[in-house]
Design a protein around this ligand. Structure first.
Ligand SMILES: Nc1ncnc2c1ncn2[C@@H]1O[C@H](COP(=O)(O)OP(=O)(O)OP(=O)(O)O)[C@@H](O)[C@H]1O
Length: 250
């Protein structure tokens, strides 16, 4: 089942200091099926994180469409009202970045339990404990405030919170940065479960070998060989099989 249809999606940034327009990516098109894992690859600064943020609507795309087949019907992520995006973020689309946003005086356990509060506080905390345990956060930190945690400890809380509730689409922006081996293995296990249950995943990984067995296709963002004779570089999207063969230009 097709979950997402991206057509000619673009994101440009206006640099107010210089008045210049910087294209992060241009005219990207691809489809994503339920249960599929798409790796987004390419060199630094080519627009990988910007693509994820544009789909999650942290950034407003500059043009094109990203038609998400929500349970409520198709919603264009590139143009939907903020209220619809808030609904999707609560119910259907998740994003995991490299950074936790800890909140003052909220314990690690409660931060992780929060997405499940509609099941009741006791059940939500019970699940949160299972997830914190799986990611290997030391038990004596569960009641502590993550503001003082190390980078890796914060990331374990971040992942447990982001992955505790299944989503239909999950966007992963370098989730393994700063994780130890145990937590990387726990992440792989959880992503496999979600994928098997039908979650579609789009991920950026500096070490894709961490999730190699899950990858179905790659979207390779690249700067074309012959850029225009202006100071703007146009970027193009290429879809490839994980083996690197059979490149299909969209
Ligand atoms: N908020 C912003 N304002 C202006 N330019 C931005 C903004 N965010 C990103 N950019 C620019 O867009 C381009 C793409 O950035 P992005 O972070 O998406 O790259 P990336 O492929 O994820 O890079 P990396 O592999 O280094 O993480 C970069 O040139 C960056 O400077």
């Amino acid at each position: 089942m097709t979950l997402l249809q991206v057509r000619n999606l673009c994101k440009h940034f206006e640099l107010h200091q210089t008045g210049r327009r910087i294209p992060a990516f241009d005219a990207l098109s691809f489809d994503l099926q339920a249960g599929e894992f798409l790796l987004v690859a390419g060199p630094n600064g080519v627009g990988k994180s910007t693509l994820l943020r544009s789909l999650y609507r942290t950034y407003l795309p500059t043009g094109g469409q990203a038609l998400f087949h929500s349970r409520l019907g198709p919603i264009d992520l590139a143009g939907a009202a903020d209220v619809d995006i808030s609904f999707l973020r609560r119910e259907e689309i998740g994003m995991v970045s490299q950074f936790l946003r800890p909140r003052p005086r909220v314990s690690a356990l409660d931060l992780v339990a929060e997405p499940l509060l509609d099941t009741g506080i006791a059940a939500a905390r019970e699940q949160a404990a299972i997830f914190l345990n799986a990611f290997g956060l030391k038990r004596d930190l569960w009641a502590a405030y993550p503001t003082t945690f190390s980078g890796g400890e914060q990331q374990k809380v971040n992942l447990a919170r982001a992955l505790i509730r299944p989503n239909r689409l999950l966007l992963l922006d370098e989730p393994t940065a700063s994780l130890d081996r145990h937590a990387r293995a726990a992440l792989l296990t959880r992503l496999s479960e979600l994928k098997a249950a039908g979650t579609a995943l789009i991920g950026v990984f500096h070490h894709p070998e961490d999730v190699a067995e899950l990858i179905d296709r790659e979207l390779i963002l690249s700067v074309p060989a012959a850029p225009k004779q202006t100071d703007e570089l146009r970027l193009s999207g290429t879809l490839a099989q994980p083996s690197g063969g059979n490149h299909v230009v969209q």
